[in-house]
Structure formats: structure tokens, C-alpha cells
Write a protein that binds this ligand. Structure first.
Ligand SMILES: [Zn+2]
Length: 322
């Protein structure tokens, strides 16, 4: 009897159902191709079955491939079953999961777990969000480690006469639709020339944007938005206009989930990888109303169609960390 995977709500069911590499491969094949196998090298739609996979039937290609070719599973030694379990755990833990914890749960090395998690995050970063509309809350938060906590050799140099050290801090800018999705980005500035273009790119014209009193948002009405300012800038402040309550609690809630996860789960995030962690938490937030199985199916669908190259992922020196 085929089990209905949309009803799975624990990692045990994932582990039982996806019991071996063959079962996982079959599932991926259905997900990726349905009944129409497409060559990942040239997109030709006819392939020969071989003992280990497929061979393209186009005489211009003739290349071998399998269901993992050009996906994030390509070239890893981690069995698909463990990938599937990792995906389920990763997407269903609201605070994320560290490579140390995942390595213990799946009995893989921390290095492998770190690599696997970063591949998943990279996929989440590549998602293109739909524009937000209606009532949208916008805000920014600063992110950066204390210089004094770092080893001396790693500390950024202070510019003369300045107390700010630009290289260690960055802003996460976000907009969240009421009861809907969030979109985030990173910037080294939270000035108007960053905030307004971000909102124009990600929020439909005519929307009502709720922000705190930060000056960078003041010109929103000149860009076809209705702007509601929470002048007090207090966390729980609600402004009522024409009997409608406006506040920025959703976006502030997201910052606190993210910062809580950084502190509790990841411990330390380097700025180099910050965009992947924000993408991870953004994606998870946007799936928050779905059932555990649907989150798993959603992320598995995303990852089964995309390749992430290791070299591209780790620009510069490799460092295994959370
Ligand atoms: Zn081909």
C-alpha cells in the first residue's frame, strides 16, 4: 500500500517510508520529471535506461545522467534518505538546526552536515518572491558582531575620527504583508536611497506601508504608497486609522525569531554567510502556515530542480561553522 506522504508529521515516518536509495530516487524522479524524462544536459526528451541511470538519446548529446544530476544532491556521498530526513528536520524546526546537532542526528560528519545545510540555504536564497500588496509592514534591523569579541587579527580597523566600524555591521531590511509573506534583503545602509528602491521592487504600488518614524521612509507617499507611521516606534504600539489597526509587530516578531535563532542555534554567523541564513528564515516564515509534510514537500520540490556548485557557494577560504 502506498502511503500518503502528505500526512506525514514526524521524521520517523520519513525515515520509514524513504527506506533506501531506490525509494528516494523513484520519488525524486516523479517530482522532477513525472512520466517525461528530460535530459538535464540538453533538455532532450528521450532517454535510454541504463543499469545505473539514463543516457540521453539525442545524437548531439548522448550524455549519461541520473535523477540527481544538476541538483544539490549531485556529488555528495550522503545517502538520499539522510538528505530527506535532514530536509524534514531543517524546514520544520522554527529556530533552524545547527550542523553539530544535525551531524549527531543523522550520524554524518559535522563537515557534511554543514555542507548539506548550506546547500539548502543556497536554494532558499535563489527563490524569487512575488510582490507584496495590501497592508505591508516595513522595518530594518542592524546585525553585526561586537569587535571586542573577535580575535585581534580579525578586528576591523577603525576609520580615523569615527566610532563606527562599517565592515562588521550590516542591515537586514524586510517587508511583510499582513498575514502573508515576508521579503528580506541585506544592505550596509538603512538610508532612503536603499529603503525606497527595496520597497518599490517588492511591494505593489498603491499598498499601505506601515513603518516606524525612521526618516528613510518619509517619502513613501511620493512613490504611490499610503504611508502610516508608528511615531512612537514602540514595539507594541498600534495606530488606529479609520477603525483599522496598524502596527509593525509582524516584522519585529520576525527579527526576534531570527535573532533568537542566531543566538540559540547558530551561535555565530559570519557576514559572508548572513544572506543565506536570512533566506533560510525568510523561507521558513513564508511556509509557517503549512503542515509539516507540506513544508517538506515544498522544499524537496525546490531542491530537486536546482544545482548549487560548491565553488560558487563558498567564495574565498572555506570555513566550517554555523
Ligand atoms: Zn542530452
Amino acid at each position: 500500500m502506498v502511503k500518503d506522504i502528505t500526512k506525514f508529521d514526524s521524521i520517523l515516518e520519513i525515515a520509514d517510508y524513504f527506506k533506501d536509495q531506490e525509494t528516494c530516487k523513484k520519488h525524486l524522479e516523479q517530482l522532477r520529471w513525472g512520466n517525461n524524462i528530460v535530459c538535464p544536459h540538453c533538455s532532450h526528451e528521450n532517454a535510454y535506461r541504463t543499469t545505473v541511470g539514463y543516457k540521453c538519446s539525442s545524437n548531439k548529446c548522448y550524455k549519461k545522467f541520473s535523477v540527481v544530476t544538476k541538483t544539490i544532491f549531485e556529488g555528495t556521498k550522503i545517502p538520499l534518505r539522510k538528505w530527506f530526513m535532514a530536509i524534514f528536520t531543517f524546514i520544520n524546526n522554527s529556530a533552524g538546526i545547527s550542523s553539530v546537532t544535525l551531524s549527531k542526528e543523522l550520524k554524518i560528519t559535522q563537515h557534511s552536515a554543514w555542507f548539506l545545510l548550506h546547500r539548502l540555504r543556497e536554494i532558499m536564497r535563489s527563490a524569487t518572491p512575488k510582490k507584496l500588496f495590501g497592508t505591508v509592514q516595513a522595518d530594518e534591523t542592524m546585525f553585526g558582531g561586537k569587535e571586542s569579541n573577535k580575535p585581534k587579527s580579525k578586528r576591523a580597523k577603525k576609520a580615523k575620527g569615527s566610532s563606527l566600524i562599517g565592515t562588521t555591521k550590516t542591515y537586514i531590511i524586510g517587508a511583510v504583508q499582513q498575514d502573508g509573506n515576508i521579503i528580506t534583503t541585506l544592505s550596509d545602509s538603512n538610508a532612503e536611497d536603499v529603503l525606497i528602491p527595496f520597497l518599490k521592487d517588492n511591494v505593489e504600488e498603491g499598498a499601505t506601508i506601515v513603518t516606524d518614524a525612521h526618516r528613510g521612509y518619509q517619502n513613501l507617499p511620493n512613490h504611490n504608497y499610503t504611508h502610516i507611521t508608528n511615531k512612537h516606534g514602540k514595539h507594541k504600539f498600534v495606530r488606529v486609522v479609520d477603525d483599522v489597526k496598524y502596527h509593525t509587530q509582524a516584522i519585529e516578531g520576525f527579527w526576534s525569531i531570527f535573532k533568537g535563532a542566531v543566538k540559540g542555534t547558530h551561535r555565530y554567523i559570519s557576514l559572508k554567510h548572513l544572506s543565506k541564513y536570512t533566506a533560510e528564515h525568510t523561507c521558513r516564515y513564508n511556509l509557517r502556515k503549512k503542515k509539516p509534510a507540506d513544508k517538506f514537500i515544498g522544499l524537496l520540490g525546490m531542491v530537486s530542480n536546482t544545482t548549487v556548485k560548491y565553488e560558487k557557494m563558498i567564495a574565498g577560504k572555506y570555513r566550517s561553522q554555523d
